[in-house]
Design a protein around this ligand. Sequence first.
Ligand code: GRF
Length: 191
Amino acid sequence: MLKIAVLISGGGTNLQAIIDACDQGMDAQVVGVVSNRKHAFGLERAKKHEIPAFYIGKNIEASKRTETLIQTLKDLEVDLVVLAGYLAILEADFIKAFENRIINIHPSLIPKYSGKGYYGMKVHEGVIENKEKYSGATVHFVDEMVDTGQIILQESVKVDQDTPETLQKKVLKIEHKILITSINKYIQGEI
Ligand code: GRF
């Protein structure tokens, strides 16, 4: 059974989608949730499902944060690290420690609206400002740059008379779907 750690910074609806998929038979288990923000609601979601929840952020001295994160995940014997709205920068040591075993969900059709400065609502604001006809979500492997790793799966959605808020809701539904599909592909050894 694939052991998954989910890294979050916010509400954790992508985390919830993974938890629900595991409960519905996906051959995986969320063995830990780590947030760089102390009050992230995703930590509450973890606790509700009796999943070990860790706050690794300003409570840990900056120079020790990466090694603490690596050790925490190694102690959990994690197979796959999923970044789900995780807004802290991952250092090269972390990427190396879990090489080719880190995936990220991004709320745009990468390479559009990705990279430095494009996260969360800023992505959808950019899409609306530029009157894009389509947007969507991307699951990709994580390498040492931001949002540049090998793409695993993308799905688009039409942009109608949307606001950034309504677009975010549409894209979030796609995120949940393609994230689970991507994890299943990983479990099957297809990626
Ligand atoms: C999602 O839009 C995700 O694509 C982005 O951050 C948001 C996280 O949402 N990286 P949630 O915390 O999973 O609800």
